[in-house]
Structure formats: C-alpha cells, structure tokens
Design a protein around this ligand. Structure first.
Ligand SMILES: [Fe+2]
Length: 361
C-alpha cells in the first residue's frame, strides 16, 4: 500500500526536512509559504473567456517562476512551500468516467505537458515542496485511476509531516467532497485522519495545521453548500469538532481563486483560503462559476486580487499570515526588474526590511 502511494516520490518532493526524527521538536520561530492553484492552462481556456485554444500556459509558467524566485529570496528562508491544489488545469483521459467537467477538461497530452512544466519550474525551489491535490488534479469525483495517476507524479495525496515541531496534515479534499468514485480510498483516508487527530490530541504538538484544496466552509461553519466551493455539511459536522478537540489551529486551502479568512463558531479554528498563483476570479465569476464578461478577453482581469501567495510565520504563541501579491513583494525583495540576477551574475538579495519584519512579528 505504501509503495503504491508513492513513498519514493514523497522523499523526492519533501526532501530531508520531512524526517520525523529531525523535525518533531520545537526549535524556535520559522516561516513557510502557502500557495494555491498554479493551474497551468486555465488562463488560455476558451470555455473560461480566453481567446486562446487552451494550448498555451506560458503566463502561468511565468507566475510559477515568480513564486520560486520570491521563495528563494525570502529571509528568513521559508522551511517549505505548500501548493494547495489545482497544480494544473487539464485532467487525464480515460480514468474519470464521463461528466461535463471531464468532457471539458480531460486531455492527456496537455495533462502530461502541464505537469511536466509544473515539476520543472518547482524543481527550482531551494526548499521542500508540499503538493496537495485539487479537483483539477484528481477530478471532482476521484477514481482509483485518477488517484494512481496523481500518486505516480507527486506521491501520496494524504499524509502528515513534521516541521520544526509543527504537525501538518495534508488531506485529499476531493475524497471528502465526493467519495462515490473511490469509496475504499475515502474510507482509508478517514481512518488515517481519525488516527492522526487522536495522536495529536494525545501528544499535543506545539502547532497543528491542515493543508487541503476545497475549504470546509467559506464564511460560516453552518452555511449551505455553495456550488462546489465548500465541502458538504455532513463532512463538516463529522470532522471540524474533532479537529478543534485536536487543537488544529489553521486549515489552509485554495480552490476559490480569491482570499477569504473565517473561523468556526467557537472561534478556535481558522479557515484560510488563499488566492491563486495563476488565474484570479472575481466575485461575479465565483458566484456563477463561469467567466465574467467584464474581463474583456483577459482572463482574471476583472478580479480585485492579483497573483501572489501567503507567507506564514510560526511562533510559539501562534501563526501569523499575510497574502502578498507578487508585484509588491518583488519590489520589497529587489526582484522587480529581471536582469543581473536572472543570469546569475549578481548575488541573491539579502534581508529586506519589510519582509523581515513580517516574518519576525
Ligand atoms: Fe482552481
């Protein structure tokens, strides 16, 4: 079972820092980066208002490269980078059955090339990468075939790891959203999750966080299911109280292509939804889950948010986080103008005051 879920790939993507022996103990403040929805191919999808044919993802490659450059330049250095799902836009053909979404997005050639480009760009990170699966990676209704394809590329789709005394749980939210295509896999993940939550409730690590693609809820714990942007209420009722008992502090998500932060009714557990590295969505787009005619042929341009990622500072007293758009962050880091450093002829930027202050607060 472990081998089929890609243990070898796990080592490759996590690097040495995933070692439980090295990372179980709290050793002081650190930071990490949380991003989402690189989604190579979304910006040229004509079904989402683009004028292209879906065969170019140059813009998203450039945005992913900006993520890599910023992460490598940050000081203190982030301990890891988590990308919370929708790594690419295309789905694999022949393993997901038939549905409107599968007919719309399944294209094995694009799926292979987009994933190859994602992995090539992310290989430039100078710290471990934590990949999380989204609906564009394993399908709205995952199957054993789509899960096997993902695991072959990225390793396990649910797992836990330690970093500096913080326990992180990575979930496959698609199996919580619709388990019907892979009920045995969904059951296995739930048994694993129950055991993990019992363990952290017993052992009380300094911090416990969760990474997943679909948020459990957007604004209120008891809100109705909103299209496909939050998880079913029965899943929330089952798991959120257990997470609160286990002292999970923060759940980091993507999927919404917008930023949103909210809390459970008790206030104990924070839901943090982070906007996309790739294509942004406006409020009207998420409301109808379709393209906005206001964007004038430039996908994502009607959104009030620009591409970026969330920088999370982990202190003994708690976690602090802030979304940074690339444009402003690159200015702070001295990366605004591609030039000397792009060809390696200049030293990498050293500490910059604003970012330094952010991660040290
Ligand atoms: Fe997405």
């Amino acid at each position: 079972m472990a081998e089929s879920r890609g243990e070898e790939k796990k080592k490759e993507m996590f690097g040495e820092q995933a070692s439980e022996d090295l990372e179980r103990e709290w050793r002081g403040d650190f930071c990490f980066v949380q991003a989402a929805d690189t989604q190579l191919g979304f910006m040229s999808d004509p079904t989402w208002g683009a004028e292209g044919d879906g065969e170019s993802w140059k813009e998203e490659i450039e945005l992913a490269e900006r993520l890599v450059r910023c992460c490598n330049a940050l000081r203190p250095r982030p301990r890891f980078v988590a990308v919370c799902g929708d790594l690419v836009h295309a789905l694999p053909e022949g393993v997901l059955g038939d549905s409107p979404a599968v007919r719309r997005y399944a294209n094995t050639s694009r799926y292979s090339r987009q994933n190859a480009d994602f992995k090539r760009v992310m290989a430039g990170l100078e710290m471990p990468l934590v990949c999380v699966c989204g609906n564009h990676d394993v399908g709205d209704r995952p199957t054993p075939g789509s899960l096997a394809a993902y695991r072959e590329l990225y390793g396990p789709d649910w797992r836990a790891f330690w970093c500096g005394g913080m326990r992180s749980l990575v979930l496959n939210a698609q199996l919580l959203s619709d388990p019907s295509g892979a009920p045995d896999e969904a059951q296995a993940q739930e048994e694993w999750l129950a055991a993990e939550l019992e363990a952290v409730e017993r052992d009380q690590p300094k911090h416990v966080v969760v990474f997943q693609h679909i948020p459990w809820f957007l604004r209120e714990e008891q809100e109705p299911r909103e299209g496909y942007f939050n998880l079913p209420q029965e899943a929330r009722v089952k798991w959120l109280p257990r997470m609160e008992r286990a002292r999970v502090k923060t759940i980091f998500c993507g999927h919404y292509h917008r930023n949103l932060c909210s809390r459970t009714r008790s206030g104990a557990l924070e839901m943090v939804v982070t906007s996309a590295i790739g294509r942004q969505m406006s409020e009207s787009e998420v409301a109808k889950n379709g393209p906005d005619p206001q964007q004038g042929g430039v996908p994502g341009s009607s959104s009030d948010i620009r591409s970026g990622f969330r920088l999370v500072s982990v202190h003994e007293s708690g976690l602090f986080h802030e979304y940074h758009e690339f444009d402003a962050l690159e200015t702070d880091l001295g990366l605004s103008t591609p030039g000397p450093e792009a060809d390696g002829s200049a030293e990498k930027p050293q500490k910059r005051s604003r970012v330094e202050n952010l991660v040290d607060k």
